[in-house]
Design a protein around this ligand. Structure first.
Ligand SMILES: [Zn+2]
Length: 202
C-alpha cells in the first residue's frame, strides 16, 4: 500500500500497487491519482525474435536421420510435407505445411514487426489491421502438432530403421517452446491500446 496525495483536492489515500492498464481515481474528487506501469515489449519481443531464429534454423538443417539396410537418409522439416505431396496426400501436405511451418513463421514475423513499429512510435491505431491479421491467422498456427506427429512417426519407424535426431529437431523444439511463451506473454490488445515508447531525455 502506497500513500498518495491527490494533486487536485489534496486528499491523501492508500493505494495497492496497480497492474498494467489500471487507473486509480481519487475517492473524493474522482480525478486520476495513479496509473499502472506501462506495458513493456522487451520480453515478448526478445522471445519472438529468438523463436524466429530457431524457426529459420529448424527449416534449414537436418531434422532426423534414418538408417535402414545400409542406406542413410537425412530428412529436413519440409521432407514430411513433400513426402505427403508425392504420396498424393495433397490436402494433408498443405495442412501440415501451413499449420506447422508457414503460418507460425508468418505469425512471428508479423508480431515482431508490430512490436518494433510500436517501439519506434507508430501509433496503435495505424497498426490495427496488422493486429487483426495476427488474430485471424492465430488459430491456424500449431507447430506443436508437427512435433507430436514426428514423435509418433519416430516411434513407429524405430522398429524398422535406426533413427538419429538431427540439430533441426532440437531447433524445432526450441522454436515451438519460445513460440508458446513469446506469443503467450504478448497481450496484443493491451499493447495496441496502452503502449507508449520511452522518450529519450524524459
Ligand atoms: Zn481528489
Amino acid at each position: 500500500m502506497d500513500a498518495i496525495r491527490c494533486e487536485v483536492c489534496g486528499a491523501t489515500q492508500s493505494l495497492p500497487s496497480l497492474e498494467p492498464r489500471r487507473r486509480a481515481l481519487c475517492f473524493r474528487c474522482k480525478s486520476e491519482v495513479a496509473r499502472g506501469p506501462t506495458l513493456s515489449l522487451d520480453a515478448p519481443l526478445a522471445l519472438c525474435l529468438a523463436a524466429l531464429i530457431f524457426w529459420a534454423l529448424a527449416n534449414s538443417i537436418p531434422f532426423i536421420t534414418l538408417e535402414y539396410g545400409g542406406i542413410i537418409q537425412t530428412n529436413r522439416v519440409f521432407t514430411g510435407v513433400t513426402a505427403l505431396w508425392m504420396d498424393h496426400q495433397y490436402f494433408l501436405s498443405v495442412l501440415v505445411g501451413m499449420t506447422s511451418i508457414a503460418i507460425p513463421g508468418l505469425q512471428l514475423s508479423l508480431a515482431c514487426g508490430l512490436m518494433l513499429a510500436l517501439r519506434r512510435g507508430v501509433s496503435g491505431g495505424r497498426l490495427r489491421p496488422l493486429s487483426r491479421l495476427l488474430a485471424f491467422i492465430a488459430p491456424g498456427s500449431m507447430p506443436g502438432v508437427y512435433l507430436v506427429g514426428a514423435f509418433v512417426a519416430a516411434v513407429k519407424l524405430s522398429q524398422l530403421a535406426t533413427l538419429t535426431p538431427g540439430p533441426g529437431l532440437y531447433c524445432f523444439g526450441a522454436f515451438a517452446l519460445l513460440w508458446v511463451i513469446g506469443l503467450g506473454s504478448l497481450d496484443l490488445e493491451g499493447v495496441i491500446e496502452d503502449f507508449r515508447p520511452r522518450r529519450s531525455g524524459r
